[in-house]
Design a binder for this molecule. Sequence first.
Ligand code: SF4
Ligand code: SF4
Length: 270
Amino acid sequence: MEKYFSERSLLFNAWSEFSCPDDCERIGCKHPDLHISVTIIDLFSISLVTGQRVCDLFEKYIKIGFDPIDEKEPFFGRISLELKKPCHFLEGKNCSIYPGRPIACALFPESCFLSKNIEIFRRKEIFKNFPCIQVPCNISQKRKETLYKLLEMWDKEIFLSDFYLFGVSPFWLDLKNLSELVLKDLIPLEDGRVKIVNQCIEGILFQRFFESGYWSDWKVKLERLDKKDGLSYLGNLKSATDHMIIYTNKTKVRIAHQFDGIKIRQIHLP
Ligand code: SF4
Ligand code: SF4
């Protein structure tokens, strides 16, 4: 795994021509609506850079995030660990864990430009003030290949992380039966529409996952990584799950989960 972490870190900037303009106030690291998904590999990597235990990083800087599958389906989304915002690791305008930052941070913004339709990103409300999205940088062929390699590594890391913590990957959650709670807190927009407050969803999720004991179960699993043999334990997990990964098609989700009280139950989708 040491070799994996150092290769991963080298790929983060290999052939990249991107650098953040000085006048950007690091909005990507601060904006609560830009979700930064992290995996147990990211947590281990941050632990190697900071010397902090994985389970302490989890307690202090991580939240349970909910990413809707589609803008039109706000109550159906993927559960993952996410960095709390503003990110604790931002020091002034610098990332204090740069070589070991989450893979999601290393991919942003360049991976957005791999899409054929860059305009989709530029028009998104959240990215209107992001200089890196409004004025795309050049991406050489070698950088493109590197980004695809990083994306492939990320897929495997997500699978491992979800599988280890949640027992399923991806962990789809259907919140329609809690929609009344979510709809209590809406933000009116200038154009007359309303917006769901993501922090409200995250609050509901945290309360339920905490009270039902899932949160402490995840913490126990993360504590296992802090043991002396944590790195080799992680390496063994990774070798096993790298061979199990199933690439999912978002349009063909068949199994999801729903809260039944504070517990989770599986549901089958038509
Ligand atoms: S990645 Fe984009 S939003 Fe983040 S600091 Fe750089 S320019 Fe700003
Ligand atoms: S880990 Fe670094 S790059 Fe990522 S959000 Fe935090 S400060 Fe920004």
